[in-house]
Design a binder for this molecule. Structure first.
Ligand SMILES: Nc1ncnc2c1ncn2[C@@H]1O[C@H](COP(=O)(O)OP(=O)(O)OP(=O)(O)O)[C@@H](O)[C@H]1O
Length: 246
């Protein structure tokens, strides 16, 4: 990969096997599996995707529901392995996907900071040092000692955002996360992301808000049924997308 490139996506495809027929229980599944009687429909959620993001660039991903945007972010983050092609990235990645989904409901916010933090690869020492900063940013106050199952979805997302952004990443992967929490938190999280922009972070960003993509990104791509159909400067691509969807 060239030195000035942060993310390189080459001929990437993601295939899901969709169940063709109904299987009601595990026994039936095992019997059908052993008899090689299970039929799947192959479904390519992404196909032949090629693009590069240079260091410091901010790429927006546009597309209708089901076009493959979240799948693309997951495969670049390493959550999903490509079924075809390959991906190269350089530096520390902070994936802000499905915030709060990684939490264990029975444990408190405090315990989940350590659990989720370790999933993201942070050491205990790092989390000890950053603990107050995380709680402060989340604005959860005393709720940090309460089990997560008693949190609202906005509270969970706020804690997820605060843990995931406590590092200084080289690459930031954002899936609709700037729409979480209440207005005050949305502003605060956008400011935090903006301050990372100032430090030259590379961004891959999905949002249904065309305005937000225009405001935050310098380039964009459009996905349509798993194919990359347009790529270029954000203003031009936003116009193409508007025409496609109106
Ligand atoms: N784990 C999975 N198993 C099977 N199919 C999946 C899986 N995950 C996603 N898909 C399918 O892949 C396609 C792309 O989904 P994806 O979530 O990436 O779309 P999206 O563009 O992010 O949509 P949205 O705008 O609704 O968030 C959809 O048809 C979806 O049903």
């Amino acid at each position: 990969m060239k030195k000035n490139v942060a993310i390189s996506v080459q001929d990437v495809g993601i295939r899901f096997n969709l169940n063709h027929e109904r299987v009601d229980n595990l026994k039936e599944f095992v019997i059908k599996f052993l008899r090689k009687d299970l039929k799947f429909n192959e479904f390519w959620a992404l196909k032949d995707i090629n693009f590069e993001i240079k260091k410091g660039e901010r790429l927006g991903v546009l597309g209708l529901n089901g076009s493959g945007k979240s799948t693309l972010l997951k495969v670049v983050s390493g959550v999903l392995k490509p079924s075809a092609g390959h991906i190269e990235t350089s530096g520390v990645i902070a994936p802000l996907l499905e915030l709060g989904a990684g939490f264990s409901p029975e444990y408190t916010g405090r315990e989940n900071i350590y659990l989720y933090g370790s999933v993201l690869g942070y050491s205990k020492e790092f989390l000890d040092e950053k603990f107050d900063e995380i709680v402060d940013f989340s604005g959860l106050g005393e709720f940090i000692e309460v089990p997560i199952k008693n949190y609202s979805s906005g509270m969970k997302a706020r804690l997820g955002f605060s843990v995931a952004t406590v590092v200084e990443p080289d690459i930031l992967i954002l899936d609709e996360v700037l729409s979480v929490g209440d207005k005050k938190f949305r502003q605060k999280s956008e400011n935090k992301v903006m301050s990372m922009f100032d430090k030259g972070v590379t961004v891959l960003f999905v949002s249904h808000s065309l305005e937000q993509v225009k405001r935050l990104c310098d380039r964009a791509i459009i996905l349509d049924s798993g194919r990359l159909v347009a790529e270029g400067p954000v203003d031009k691509i936003a116009r193409v997308y508007k025409n496609m969807t109106e």
